[in-house]
Design a protein around this ligand. Structure first.
Ligand SMILES: C[S@@+](CC[C@H](N)C(=O)[O-])C[C@H]1O[C@@H](n2cnc3c(N)ncnc32)[C@H](O)[C@@H]1O
Length: 253
C-alpha cells in the first residue's frame, strides 16, 4: 500500500468530491453552515461529534475548521471515501478520527464514549425505514442526555401534497448545474475512481461491500423521520433550515 499511497493524489480526489457534491447540491455550503450554526447554539464550540455517513469527511472538516475545540469521529463504510478522507485530511491535529462501520450495525461499541452531537449530511436517505429506526434507537446509546442530532438531507414532502412535491423536485433539477459543465457528475466521479489504478484495492473492497439503498420513491419522508425520532425518545424535533425538500432536521434527546 505504501507505493500506492505515494502515487495517489488524495487531496485532488477530495477536491473533485467536493466539486461533484456541490454540483449536485448548489446549496451545499449554505446547508453545512446552517448545520454548524445549530451545533454552536445547542452544544457550544467544543463538542464531541459523530459524523454519520461522513464520506471523505466534508462536514467533519468544516466543523473542526470553524469550531476551535470540536472533535469529530467520522463514520462510514465506503473504503474509497474513507481512504480519501484519511489520506487527504489525516487526523487534523488529533481532532478527527475515522471509524469504518456500517450504520445499520451497533457501531457505537467501537466508537469513543458518548458524544454531544451526531450530524449527518446527504447520507441517511441511503437507509431503509427499518434501518433508520434502528439507527435512531441506537443514537440513544451514543448521545449524552440532552445531546443533539442534526440531519441535513433531502426529506420528501408528504404524499398528500403531490403537486408541491413535484414542483420542489422540478425546481431542484432546474437549479442543478447543467451536464457538461466544468465539474463532474456523481456517475463521472465514480467512473474516474474505478479507472485510477491507485484506488484499485479500495474499489475492489467497495464492490464486495456493496449494499442496495432505497430508490428515490422509497426514501423516508419528513413525517417518517419525525415519527421515528420521537419513537426513539427524542424530546424536540423540527426543521431549522429548508430549501425545497432539502432540510436540516434537528432533534434533542
Ligand atoms: C452522498 S455521500 C455523503 C458524504 C458526506 N456526508 C458529504 O456530505 O460529502 C453518502 C455517504 O453515506 C455513506 N453510507 C451510506 N450508507 C451507509 C451505511 N449503512 N453505513 C455507513 N455509511 C453509509 C456512504 O458510504 C457515503 O459516504
Amino acid at each position: 500500500m505504501t507505493d500506492q499511497t505515494a502515487a495517489t493524489d488524495w487531496s485532488r480526489w477530495l477536491d473533485r468530491w467536493e466539486a461533484q457534491q456541490g454540483r449536485e447540491m448548489p446549496d451545499r455550503e449554505e446547508r453545512f453552515a446552517a448545520m454548524i450554526d445549530v451545533l454552536v447554539d445547542l452544544c457550544g464550540t467544543a463538542p464531541h461529534v459523530a459524523d454519520l455517513g461522513s464520506g471523505p469527511g466534508s462536514l467533519a472538516r468544516r466543523i473542526i475548521e470553524r469550531l476551535p475545540g470540536a472533535r469529530v469521529t467520522a463514520i462510514d463504510m465506503d473504503p474509497v471515501l474513507l481512504a480519501i478522507g484519511r489520506n487527504a485530511l489525516g487526523d487534523m491535529g488529533g481532532r478527527l478520527s475515522w471509524l469504518d462501520a456500517d450504520l445499520r450495525s451497533r457501531w457505537s461499541a467501537q466508537a469513543a464514549g458518548p458524544v454531544d452531537a451526531a450530524v449527518s449530511a446527504t447520507a441517511l436517505h441511503w437507509l431503509k425505514l427499518d434501518a433508520l429506526a434502528g439507527l435512531y434507537r441506537h443514537l440513544g446509546t451514543v448521545l449524552r442526555p440532552g445531546g443533539v442530532f442534526v440531519n441535513g438531507d433531502g426529506m420528501a414532502l408528504p404524499a398528500t401534497e403531490p403537486r408541491l412535491a413535484a414542483a420542489a423536485l422540478s425546481i431542484r433539477n432546474r437549479r442543478r448545474a447543467p451536464a457538461g459543465g466544468s465539474s463532474e457528475s456523481w456517475e463521472q466521479w465514480w467512473e474516474a475512481v474505478d479507472a485510477d489504478p491507485g484506488l484499485a484495492a479500495e474499489v475492489a473492497e467497495r464492490n464486495l461491500r456493496h449494499h442496495d439503498h432505497p430508490d428515490h420513491e422509497n426514501q423516508a419522508d419528513l413525517a417518517a423521520h419525525v415519527m421515528l425520532l420521537r419513537q426513539a425518545g427524542f424530546a424536540e424535533v423540527d426543521t431549522l433550515w429548508q430549501h425545497l425538500a432539502d432540510r436540516v432536521l434537528v432533534a434533542i434527546r
